[in-house]
Write a protein that binds this ligand. Structure first.
Ligand SMILES: CC(=O)SCCNC(=O)CCNC(=O)[C@H](O)C(C)(C)COP(=O)(O)OP(=O)(O)OC[C@H]1O[C@@H](n2cnc3c(N)ncnc32)[C@H](O)[C@@H]1OP(=O)(O)O
Ligand SMILES: O=CC(=O)O
Ligand SMILES: [Mg+2]
Length: 556
């Protein structure tokens, strides 16, 4: 992991007394003690996480080094493409294990951060699946993460409730609830509040390990009809990363004494290199896969990042980079063909529109955009889609149901053989469209406001009537050149200054003063001006939300 320092830790017994947690040898908790958190951070659960960390850390480090090496090649002018060495997998005749009946029907999946009220609302929403998110939609502060693990345990137990004191409203689960998938963080994020053998733990191993340990038995009994738990796996770039997940699943199944193939996961195809690895990723996870998903927002971001040193591939204004651009349509078509050929679900992504409460006309227009997006997806052959808000479930469900009939999915009926010939050129075709100064201004406003929200604990926010999360915001910082006028540092500086003034007017002086807008602006401008892009927008910002107990240097 980048920039890991060594820390002078107190002795094991002192730590136990100081922090209240009873930890296994080599594990050090640097997050706030809380009685509720301690129920999650029990010694055996932490031992499981530590075992995963010790067994897989070298493979993870190697996989991250391979990412950097591939990036170096793209920066020198190379293009991503299909790997000749794994042609036998792409051309081979194999299928994944059949989807368990509990998740045969995934036609609408609601997504949201692992926040208590939202989990209850989502489980009651009428969607088929809830994708509970530790990733794009969550700012991974210690408090958010730990509450997330508590909330998910209560949700799986079926005991989750929430009292909204201000509205005197009590939330609890309906008799019928959606199936739960959990998305751990990507490989790249460390967990700076849990140290294992002197290094920060890998964030996704903490998310996966703690959730799995506490919930696998109840989940399989109540939710999975003998299968599960179910996961979404984000931001992979190569099948070697899927292979690590497969080992982790096998290791977890062994620890739990459950059948191999019990755990199932959908992989987000949301990086450009991964689109050339879809068969290989499914192959590695063939006993544990339930499909692939078009994580379209990170995918766009990944296109930008992969080609940061290719000025001829700069994207147009992001409103123009929709699913009908040739490279995006090719990606989604190839994903459908690949998934259906291998017998698993081809899920599509998120329309960013959310309901607009105070303007019925604008609300109807937003809903219509969502309906059109879903119609295109279901007609293309997708088996299900994502919705960011409970107010969109009905519209998405209607479109999918009206077009899929009574079948739970289209795996057998929509083979999309025509997509078999999609080429590297199709997947990389330069997007068409203009870049405008207004686009740069909007990106700046949204980027700064998103980072400001993230720094204060909100990983997904409504901005200008759209859902913004880490994936949508990442696209923003990168798109500031080619406007007809050259975007010089001076022009960019002026834009930032003027947009900060506009944000202050829009949110009001009081909120602006209390919020983290200035810090966000610093992070945003530093990243926009850097010679090379950070791997992810939130990596730099992460140091700002690390709060160590006992207090000390919190920078990684
Ligand atoms: C690119 C990607 O990775 S997409 C996946 C990751 N991103 C996400 O999951 C974003 C999910 N969506 C959200 O976080 C939210 O919808 C937001 C932040 C965009 C908007 O949230 P709000 O401002 O609370 O919306 P709004 O005020 O309209 O909410 C109305 C009600 O719906 C609930 N709600 C809104 N979105 C969700 C959701 N995704 N899941 C469950 N409940 C939700 C609210 O909690 C609120 O409940 P209440 O009436 O009981 O108080
Ligand atoms: O995770 C989803 C995306 O679009 O990014
Ligand atoms: Mg994403």
């Amino acid at each position: 992991m980048k920039g890991v320092r060594s820390y002078g830790f107190p002795a094991q017994d002192e730590r136990k007394i100081a922090e209240g947690y009873d930890v296994p040898e080599g594990v050090y908790i640097r997050g706030r003690y809380d009685q509720e958190f301690a129920k999650i951070l029990i010694k055996d659960a932490l031992q499981f996480v530590a075992d995963l960390q010790r067994e897989f850390r070298n493979r993870i480090k190697y996989a991250m080094e391979c990412r950097r090496e591939a990036k170096r090649r793209y920066n020198e002018g190379a293009l991503p493409g299909f790997d000749p060495a794994t042609r036998y997998i792409r051309e081979g005749d194999w299928t994944c294990a059949p989807p368990p009946s509990a998740v045969a029907d995934q036609r609408v999946e609601i997504t949201g951060p692992v926040e208590r009220k939202m989990i209850i609302n989502a489980l009651n929403s009428g969607a088929k699946v809830l994708m509970a998110d530790f990733e794009d939609a969550l700012s991974p502060s210690w408090e958010n993460l730990m509450r997330g693990y508590v909330n998910l345990k209560d949700a799986v137990d079926g005991t989750i409730t929430f009292h909204d004191k201000a509205r005197n409203r009590v939330y609890k689960l309906n008799d019928q609830t959606t199936k739960l998938f959990v998305r751990p963080r990507g490989w790249q994020l460390p967990e700076a509040h849990i140290f294992i053998d002197g290094e920060p733990a890998t964030g996704c191993l903490v998310d996966f390990g703690l959730y799995f340990y506490h919930n696998y038995a109840t989940f399989r009994r109540n939710q999975g009809a003998g299968f599960g738990p179910f996961f979404y796996l984000p931001k992979m770039e190569h099948s070697r990363e899927a292979k690590i997940w497969n080992y982790i699943f096998e290791r977890a199944e062994k620890m739990a004494g459950i059948e191999r193939g019990s755990i199932r996961a959908t992989v987000l195809t949301e990086t450009l290199p991964a689109v050339f690895q879809m068969n290989e990723i499914l192959y590695e996870l063939r006993d544990h896969s339930v499909g692939l998903n078009c994580g379209r927002w990170d995918y766009i971001f990944s296109y930008v990042k992969t080609f940061e040193a290719h000025p001829d591939r700069l994207l147009p204004d992001r409103v123009l980079v929709g699913m009908t651009q040739h490279f995006m349509r090719s990606y989604s078509d190839l994903l459908i063909w690949t998934c259906h050929r291998r017998g698993v679900h081809a899920m599509c992504g998120m329309a960013a529109q959310i309901p607009i409460r105070d303007d019925p006309e604008a609300n109807e227009a937003a809903l219509e955009l969502v309906r059109m997006d879903k119609l295109r997806e279901v007609r293309a052959g997708h088996d299900g889609t994502w919705a960011a808000h409970p107010g969109l479930i009905q519209a998405c469900m209607e479109v999918f149901t009206n077009n899929m009939g009574n079948a739970p999915n289209q795996i057998q009926s929509m083979k999309r053989e025509d997509a078999a010939n999609i080429t590297e050129e199709d997947l990389l075709q330069r997007p068409r469209g203009v870049r405008t100064l207004e686009g740069l201004r909007l990106n700046t406003r949204v980027g700064i406001q998103y980072v400001a929200a993230w720094l204060t604990g909100s990983g997904s926010v409504p901005l200008y009537n759209l859902m913004e999360d880490a994936a949508t915001a990442e696209i923003i910082e990168l798109d500031g050149d080619g406007l007809g006028v050259k975007v010089t540092p001076e022009l960019f500086g002026r834009v930032v200054e003027e947009e900060m003034a506009r944000i202050e007017r829009e949110v009001g002086k009081e909120k602006f003063k209390k919020g983290m807008y200035k810090e966000a602006c610093k992070i945003f401008t530093r990243q926009c001006r850097a010679r090379t892009l950070d791997d992810f927008l939130t990596l730099d910002a992460y140091n700002n939300i690390v709060v160590h107990f006992p207090r000390g240097n919190s920078r990684l």
